[in-house]
Design a protein around this ligand. Structure first.
Ligand code: GDP
Length: 199
């Protein structure tokens, strides 16, 4: 499927701009700079499908990509969170958009929550996990940038992250480990996305 078509559809700065809920969707969430654009590009095999979130303004939008020809599901790039210097009004706008999307989107099958392998789950990630729990949207935690740490540290952070995930009602107990840089874990991630989107 991913070797077929993957096309950018639209950016939605508010819920009224969402595309019609006609096909299943799988969303990607994470702190800004977690490596979300890089992972989406690695996943879809496109070099610059998702742009890196260099402009804070662009991070306030939900970006939709269509996969398959004929269309069979969508990927949703959710706005990154955790900007240290974001004004409270911006954070509140982000929160409302994301919460309302998670609660109201009937075609949303699963969310992949990206967490930097160097840092593990931070309080802002835990807040996101609580929002997903409350919205009853199932999610998997995906560690990113696994190439940046030693194998022993990776094993430790994976175990710690799985222990954290088990405390959350809507979290999948198994954590995926990836590196967009080394194309590591991409096949497993692709399989997980397809399973979530199509089952
Ligand atoms: P986003 O803000 O979450 O979309 O993050 P980006 O994909 O733009 O990545 C943020 C930074 O991390 C960039 O400098 C990327 O080159 C770097 N990065 C992303 N993925 C990896 C990875 O797997 N390994 C390494 N070493 N760096 C990565």
């Amino acid at each position: 499927l991913f070797s077929g078509r993957v096309d950018f559809l639209l950016s939605a700065p508010a819920l009224k701009f969402l595309p019609e809920p006609t096909v299943p969707e799988v969303a990607f969430a994470g702190r800004s700079n977690v490596g979300k654009s890089s992972l989406l590009n690695a996943l879809t095999g496109r070099k610059s499908l998702a742009r890196a979130s260099v402009t804070p303004g662009r991070t306030q939008e939900l970006n939709f990509f269509e996969v398959g020809d004929p269309l069979s599901f969508r990927l949703v790039d959710m706005p990154g969170y955790g900007f240290a210097k974001a004004p409270p009004a911006v954070v509140e706008k982000w929160r409302r958009l994301v919460r309302d999307f998670l609660r109201g989107r009937v075609v949303l099958r699963r969310t992949l929550l990206l967490v930097d392998a160097r840092h593990g789950i931070k309080p802002v990630d835990d807040d996101m996990m609580k929002m997903l729990d409350e919205a009853a949207v199932g999610y998997r935690v995906v560690l990113t940038k696994a190439d940046k740490i030693k194998a022993s540290e990776l094993a430790e952070v994976t175990a710690r992250t799985e222990a954290e995930a088990r405390k959350h009602i809507a979290a999948h107990p198994q954590v995926l480990v990836t590196s967009a840089e080394l194309k590591m874990g991409i096949d497993d991630l692709r399989a997980a996305v397809l399973e979530d989107a199509l089952i």
